[in-house]
Design a protein around this ligand. Structure first.
Ligand code: GLP
Length: 260
C-alpha cells in the first residue's frame, strides 16, 4: 500500500489523472473502474480538461461503475448511472455503450448481479479502479461487516451512509435503503486501485484503513492485501495517521520513473 499525502484535492486529482493517462498511453483499450461520490470529482475534471486541451483519448477504453441505488426511476439524476454520465463520461470521448453499471431497476437482482460480474470478466477485468471511502470505512457500498470475499450483490445501507448521501437528494427520506454494489472480492481483482480521501471527516476512516487491522468492520482495510493499492489523501484526511512522516519521506524520495 502506498500512501501519498498531497496538499489538496487539485494535486490528488492531478496525481490520479497522471496514472489514468499513463495507463491509456500503454493500453488505449484499458478498462477503467469508476467511482461516484465527491472524492473522484477532481480526477474527472482533470481528465476532461486533458481530453479537451491535450487530446487525451478514451475512444477505445471501457468502464465499469462500482455501485447503484436500487429502485430509483430510470434517468433519476442521483442514480449513479446518471451521475457518472454527467460528471465524467459525457465529457470525454468514451463510447457510452462501453460504460457499464449495475442495474438498480432489475426485477431479478441476483441474475443482474451475476451478469455484471460476467461482463467485467469478459471485458478482461478492471485495469485501474478509482475509489472513495465512506466515513465508516465503506468501500463502494460495502458497509461494515461486509464479507471480505463478497461479489456483486444487494446491500442495505447504514443510517450513517444514508445521512452522508442525503446532501445529494431533495429530502433525506429519498435516499434509497438498498443498493447493488461490486463486492470486496470483486474490487480486489482490479489490477491497480487508487483511493482518494479528502477532509477531516475522513481522517478516522483513513487511519483505520491504512494502519488498523484488516477487518470487515472497516471494509476498506482489505486493500492492505492488494498488491497495488495507492491511497491519495490531503493533509486533513492524513491527520490521524501515525506514520504520516514516513509516507511523506517515501514519496519525496521515490524514483521519478516509478509513477503511482
Ligand atoms: C458513496 C459511494 C462510495 C463513496 C462514498 C464516499 O457511499 N457509494 O463509492 O466512496 O460515498 O463519498 P464521498 O466521496 O462523497 O465522500
Amino acid at each position: 500500500m502506498e500512501v501519498v499525502v498531497l496538499p489538496g484535492s487539485g494535486a490528488m486529482g492531478t496525481a490520479a489523472a497522471d496514472a489514468v493517462e499513463a495507463l491509456l498511453h500503454d493500453k488505449p483499450d484499458a478498462v477503467l473502474g469508476l467511482a461516484t461520490g465527491s472524492s473522484p470529482l477532481p480526477v474527472y475534471d482533470e481528465l476532461a480538461r486533458r481530453h479537451t486541451s491535450e487530446r487525451l483519448e478514451f475512444s477505445s477504453a471501457s468502464a465499469f461503475t462500482l455501485d447503484e441505488y436500487v429502485g430509483l426511476s430510470a434517468g433519476h439524476p442521483q442514480s449513479y448511472r446518471e451521475v457518472i454520465r454527467r460528471e465524467f463520461t459525457n465529457r470525454v470521448d468514451i463510447d457510452p455503450d462501453r460504460v457499464h453499471g449495475p442495474d438498480g431497476g432489475a426485477t431479478d437482482i441476483p441474475a443482474a448481479c451475476a451478469a455484471y460480474e460476467r461482463a467485467m470478466v469478459s471485458a478482461g477485468g478492471v485495469d485501474l479502479q478509482l475509489l472513495g471511502v465512506g466515513t465508516d470505512g465503506h468501500l463502494a457500498f460495502n458497509e461494515p461487516t461486509s464479507s471480505l470475499a463478497s461479489r456483486t450483490r444487494i446491500k442495505t445501507l447504514t443510517e450513517q451512509t444514508r445521512k452522508d448521501n442525503a446532501r445529494f437528494f431533495d429530502h433525506p427520506d429519498e435516499v434509497p435503503g438498498h443498493v447493488i454494489t461490486q463486492g470486496l472480492g470483486t474490487i480486489m481483482e482490479a489490477r491497480h486501485v487508487i483511493l482518494l480521501a479528502a477532509g477531516g471527516q475522513k481522517a478516522e476512516a483513513v487511519r483505520d484503513l491504512v494502519e488498523g487491522p484488516v477487518a470487515a468492520r472497516c471494509p476498506a482495510s482489505l486493500l492492505q492485501f492488494h498488491s497495488h493499492a495507492t491511497i491519495l489523501v490531503d493533509e486533513a484526511a492524513a491527520s490521524a495517521l501515525k506514520l504520516a512522516d514516513y509516507y511523506r519521506y517515501t514519496y519525496d524520495h521515490k524514483p521519478a520513473w516509478q509513477g503511482l
